[in-house]
Design a protein around this ligand. Structure first.
Ligand code: GLN
Length: 482
């Protein structure tokens, strides 16, 4: 029996190298847990039927001496990432039977190192939401309390890693979708610098915010995955090359900025605040200097740009070229029927609002203003990062909520308070488990978020690993799966 609960990518790689078990046996161990738990959790929408073939390729890499750290490591991928020959539905009815005709950049990278992709995970439709409740295929339950949401939009990936249905996963982060579900499920989630990971083969949500990021059990594992998937790509003109120079200096972060005004706002759960204060104290004890900084609430700014870009990007799903098609009496009726039946409620809401903020007469008042505010915020960040090395916040202002509890969209939007900032500015951010709170006898995980300046993922990994060392004593045991 492989001890999946305590397994990390590092440990699995060492065991595979030593021949303690094969890639096939490792994959089979995960497939067995999926069989046992997935029905209840609904983390995977599909487990691929070629998993053992992939494992065979990985085993051959070990035999021929061509294995690297990710060879044979079982992965889950979010349902909006294209894997040639496999269905990718973005959690939507409209793409129910859409089969990818090419591999996303990240899939090419994973294939090249011989990782094993177990299946595609549940998500809010087109990555719009924060709980997977907007999926056309049912909610993904939180493995810590199955009455609660796993977070979103990469809820299936986070719940999967948390409950040993995969050792690593990919999600996408437009406004927090890697970090928030990671926090809700007690795992690590990294949103890389915008452009560090190619968007080629990622279904577009908000193109100027979207980035693919790893979900893993430890900071080290997240770093290993990030190292494997980042890089410049001719198929994504916004992708940027790795700056190896930066890592050479091996800088250590010392000053941490905390936006106290934002954290002391109304609507932040007192238990979240309490946990956060403990984190700050422990970092101070470790010798970090904590500095008060000013950050504004960016929810409105984020959503105006999100609505606008989503409405533009989703125009391609017209029922003619991709996925679901319903015949009406004429072309207009074809559109109305296909989109009306294919898109869920939240997706339709965003398309309508996006069309509104972009329409003549309102463009300047909403979209134009939001873009100006975005430029101003980017300038603010340059100044902030000349004074501090990192910014620290809770990942989410509230713990995972009960399934069905939040019926108004606004309250779900407000839960993105701390995460959207990094996407607007394009900086990297990581969510790390910061302990548990108790709600009616059930322990629910919380996460904290560090942001660094553009391209400085190295600082996030450095502080993240330090934080994982203190977390067991101060807050909880490091989290290694259920
Ligand atoms: N919750 C945010 C939204 O609904 C972020 C989603 C995401 O990162 N994909 O837009």
């Amino acid at each position: 029996m492989i001890d999946l609960k305590n397994l990390t990518i590092e440990k699995a790689h060492a065991a595979l190298q030593k021949g303690e078990y094969t890639c096939r046996e490792l994959s089979e161990a995960y497939l067995a847990v999926i069989k046992e738990k997935n029905k209840e959790l609904n983390a995977y929408l599909e487990v691929y039927d070629d998993v053992l073939d992939q494992a065979k390729v990985a085993d051959e890499k070990f035999k021929s001496g061509n294995a690297t750290t990710l060879t044979g490591i079982p992965f889950a991928i979010k349902d909006n990432i294209l894997f040639k020959g496999h269905i990718a539905s973005a959690g939507s009815k409209i793409l129910e039977n859409y089969t990818a005709s090419y591999d996303a950049f990240v899939i090419r990278k994973l294939k090249a190192v011989g990782a094993v992709i177990l299946g595609r995970t549940n998500m809010d439709e087109f990555a719009l939401g924060g709980s997977t409740e907007n999926s056309a295929y049912g909610v993904t339950k939180n493995p810590h309390d199955t009455q609660r949401v796993s977070g979103g939009t990469s809820g299936g990936s986070a719940a999967g890693v948390a409950s040993n249905l995969a050792l690593g996963a990919l999600g996408s982060d437009t406004g927090g979708s890697v970090r928030q579900p990671s926090a809700f499920c007690g795992v690590v989630g990294l949103k890389p610098t915008y452009g560090k990971v190619s968007r080629s083969g990622l279904m577009a949500s908000t193109s100027s915010f979207d980035v693919i990021g790893p979900i893993a059990k430890t900071v080290e594992d997240a770093e290993i995955i990030f190292d494997a998937i980042n890089g410049q790509d001719v198929l994504d003109s916004t992708s940027i090359p790795e700056n190896l120079e930066l890592r050479k200096y091996n800088l250590k972060p010392k000053i941490i900025g905390v936006p106290y005004d934002l954290i002391n706002q109304e609507g932040i759960d007192p238990k979240v605040k309490d946990n956060f204060e403990k984190v700050v104290k422990n970092l101070e004890n470790l010798g970090y200097e904590i500095k008060n900084i000013k950050l504004i609430n960016c929810i409105a700014l984020y959503y105006i740009i999100n609505f606008a870009e989503v409405s533009t990007n989703l125009a391609r799903f017209d029922g003619l070229r991709y996925g679901m098609h319903k015949d009406g009496k004429n072309l207009l009726e074809d559109y109305l029927l296909s989109k009306g039946l294919g898109f869920g409620k939240e997706t339709r809401r965003r398309i309508l609002l996006g069309t509104y903020v972009l329409s003549a007469g309102y463009y300047d008042a909403y979209y134009g203003k939001a873009q100006k505010a975005r430029v101003a915020l980017k300038k603010d960040f340059v100044k902030i990062f000349s004074e501090v090395d990192l910014i620290l916040t809770p990942t989410s202002p509230i713990p995972p909520w009960k399934i069905g509890e939040k019926s108004d969209p606004l309250s779900v939007y407000l839960a993105d308070l701390f995460t959207v900032i990094a996407n607007i500015v394009g900086v990297p951010a990581i969510s790390i488990p910061s302990g548990f709170i108790e709600e009616k006898g059930v322990k629910l995980p919380l996460g904290i978020q560090f942001m660094a300046s553009h391209g400085r993922e190295d600082l996030l990994f450095e502080i993240g690993k330090k934080f994982e060392e203190i977390a067991p004593k101060a807050l909880s045991k490091p989290y290694l799966g259920l």
